[in-house]
Ligand binder design. Structure first.
Ligand code: MOS
Length: 703
């Protein structure tokens, strides 16, 4: 027995001070194990066989010769795979995407659809056999081409309704002094986290254990439990270190296939995806075709705003990239119409990718605002300030802190915007044309129910357990700082354990909601533990543990438009001889609530801005109409911004508080990419005088 060891004088607060990642050393020395590196005795390896046609049926599979190959243990396909339950609604309120429910029928809805899993003693044997497996198909014609006027386009509700309409749009456009009516397109984009998807499944004493790389163990455990009709207590999913996710790491084909094989063989089975397979199996961002119509008075005040987006989904699942949603928060107008439509085509199901909706949507909307500013002869920042809404333009709800104008003022000051000559195409430096651009950013700040526990140990240390995910963001470290302040101890005395569904349900690392949601639960558990210790409660040898559940606190938060905001600034140089666009500098000023760890928060915001450069200038998956697949499905063929593309970037923030929120965090995960591509595109116009309305702004498009 020992008594409470909390110090009499509390240390200085940890939240708000910079801390390197607690697992950083383990990661850079190789001590941290990623999902495909965790050793298991008797491990077998599964290799997925993907369809080579884009639409049709499987007629037969020549499995017999493959079963005779060295080391091969089994071949799973639609003829022998267990039946899955797909009739449920998961943690995120969504029906399962049939893309992850493998081997349930003989239909092929896209190129790269999983048709079999070959399991062998080694990964090499499994791969060789998988590549040798001959599959006979009945091929049908396919269509992968998205057009803005596709006859199959129809509205689809996402988390928000597909369509919002207020006022008479045509009448307001007709009476506007200035009108912008433009179409923008963004291409198919892929997440490409550094660590490919991988999972190992095994049965241990009647319990299914999955060692995975995902964005939420509660989520993946729940999906597997539903798909395999298991008792919730009999599924455990662990995901300790995750090398990036960006929306792609939920439940997918490989975990399900691994569970099937482990069940059949009664031994551990690992299924890892190759980079190339990820282009078909990891989800992606749909291309978009967006039309924006703006009508304004002579003084730049918006009278009409229409934002329509058409995106693409698979024929088996309706996923909407809700690009028109951003207009519902950013700008009001007497007539305000938004619509998100989708077209089902013979492609893999798209999924969330960093700032789903907001990333492509802000490109179109914020570029259109820049075009309107040019027409009105008003500075682009001044135009936005004149159109700041009092309440949510569509919801009518009050804003829980809207500091967009403050972001622009601070950003303009630091970027040197006041000296800007608004004329396009007039600054030349040798063969380079120079320009600057700006754009607004916003992303919702949500919170979801989570549970956590905090344990005091007799030696004066503490353990916090929560089913959180650290996908590289520094979430684990942020939670240590939150716990330290709640316990009024230094963070070195706290160990944060995450990524284990046995710790109880918690929100995923997604929607910029992870750290916010988990912090509520961690603060509640750690705060109550401190109170218990302050009362002199003894700490038994096994520790004193307090648990929290934020379900009620989340429900009690009043309705409001809660968002992070930002102002993005970019300076570019455009080579008039090659068409190359180089970003020279970028500045993002954000209002994102309370910043827990300035070091990792800045990393997050900068990461988003880098991705914005990538989106503006490089990223584009070329889907071949003939085969239906992505051409150059690897990091050589799919270009992302590299060090040489990224100049000096600065991300910073201003004060932003929400008195109704127990922790005050708003989220930095996604707002950094929002508006970043538009700022670059607007700068390219300022440099050259030419509007580029299709991303990426490739040299051949510039010339
Ligand atoms: Mo994010 S796209 O919610 O992982």
């Amino acid at each position: 027995m020992s008594t409470a060891t909390t110090t009499t004088s509390a240390p200085a607060p940890s939240v708000g001070t910079g801390h390197t990642r607690v697992e950083g050393r383990d990661k850079v020395t190789g001590a941290a194990r990623y999902a495909a590196e965790v050793p298991f005795a008797g491990l077998a390896h599964g290799w997925l066989v993907l369809s080579t046609i884009a639409r049709g049926r499987i007629r037969s599979l020549d499995t017999e010769s493959v079963l005779a190959m060295p080391g091969v243990l089994a071949v799973l396909d639609h003829r022998n795979a267990p039946h899955l339950n797909t009739d449920y609604t998961g943690l995120l309120g969504l029906r399962p995407d049939p893309t992850c429910a493998v081997f349930q029928h003989d239909r092929v809805p896209h190129l790269g659809w999983p048709v079999a899993l070959v399991v062998a003693e080694t990964s090499e044997q499994a791969r060789e056999a998988a590549e040798a497996l001959v599959v006979h198909y009945e091929q049908q014609p396919h269509d992968v081409e998205l057009t803005g006027d596709h006859p199959d386009a129809h509205p689809v509700d996402g988390h928000e309704p597909a369509v919002t309409e207020k006022g008479d749009l045509d009448a307001r456009l007709a009476s506007s002094a200035f009108v912008v009516d433009v179409e923008y397109t963004t291409p198919e984009e892929h997440h490409n986290p550094m660590e490919p998807h991988a999972a190992t499944a095994r049965w241990d004493d009647g319990r299914l254990e999955v060692t995975d790389s995902n964005q939420g163990v509660t989520w993946v455990a729940g999906e597997l439990q539903n798909l395999f009709s298991l008792d919730p207590a009999s599924v455990r999913v662990r995901s300790e270190h995750v090398g990036g996710g960006f929306g792609s790491k939920g439940v997918r084909a490989h975990q399900v296939a691994a569970v099937m094989a482990a069940t059949l063989l009664q031994r551990p089975v690992r299924v890892a995806l190759t980079r190339r397979q990820m282009f078909a199996l990891a989800g992606h961002r749909s291309p978009t075709v967006q039309r924006v119509r703006l009508g304004a008075d002579a003084d730049g005040r918006l009278r009409a705003l229409e934002h329509r987006s058409v995106s693409r989904t698979s024929t088996v699942y309706e996923f909407v990239e809700p690009s028109a949603g951003v207009a519902r928060v950013m700008y009001d107008a007497d007539a305000h119409h938004t619509a998100n439509h989708v077209v089902p085509l013979d492609v893999p199901s798209p999924t969330w990718m960093r700032a789903p909706g907001e990333a492509p949507g802000s490109f179109a909307l914020e570029a259109a605002l820049d075009e309107l500013a040019e027409k009105c002869g008003i500075d682009p920042i001044e135009l936005r300030l004149r159109n700041e809404p009092e309440t949510g333009p569509v919801s009518g709800l009050p804003f829980a802190g809207r500091y967009l104008a403050a972001c622009f003022r601070e950003g303009a000051r630091r970027f040197g915007w006041a000296d800007r000559d608004s004329r396009p195409g007039v600054r030349r430096e040798g063969r380079w044309l120079l320009g600057t651009g700006t754009a607004a950013a916003s992303f919702p700040a949500g919170s979801a129910p989570s549970t956590a526990s905090a344990t005091a140990h007799p030696d004066g240390t503490f353990t916090v357990r929560i089913s959180a995910a650290d996908i590289g963001t520094g979430a684990r470290t942020a939670l240590a700082l939150i716990a330290a302040d709640a316990l009024q101890v230094s963070p070195e005395r706290i160990r944060v354990r995450i990524g284990d569904s046995d710790f109880g349900p918690a929100m995923i690392a997604g929607g910029s909601m992870g750290t916010r949601s988990w912090s509520w639960a961690v603060e509640a558990a750690a705060g109550e533990l401190r109170e218990r210790l302050a009362l002199g409660t003894d700490i038994p040898a096994q520790g004193l543990t307090v648990r929290s559940d934020t379900t009620e606190a989340v429900q009690a938060l009043g309705p409001a438009e809660r968002h992070s905001y930002g102002a993005q600034f970019a300076e570019v140089a455009v080579d008039v001889t090659t068409g190359e666009v180089r970003v020279r500098r970028m500045l993002g000023i954000f209002a994102a609530g309370r910043i827990v760890n300035p070091l990792t928060a800045r990393n997050q915001l900068l990461g988003g801005m880098v991705w914005g450069i990538s989106m503006a200038l490089h990223e584009e998956a070329a889907r071949d109409r003939a085969s239906g697949g992505v051409v150059g499905a690897d990091l050589a063929g799919y270009h992302v911004a590299t060090h040489a593309d990224v100049p000096r970037l600065e991300a910073d923030w201003i004060e932003d508080t929400d008195p109704d929120d127990p922790v005050g965090i708003k989220g930095v995960g996604e707002v950094g990419i929002v508006g970043a591509a538009a700022a670059v595109a607007n700068a390219v116009w300022h440099a050259t005088g030419v509007r580029h309305r299709s991303l990426p702004i490739r040299p051949d498009r510039v010339l």
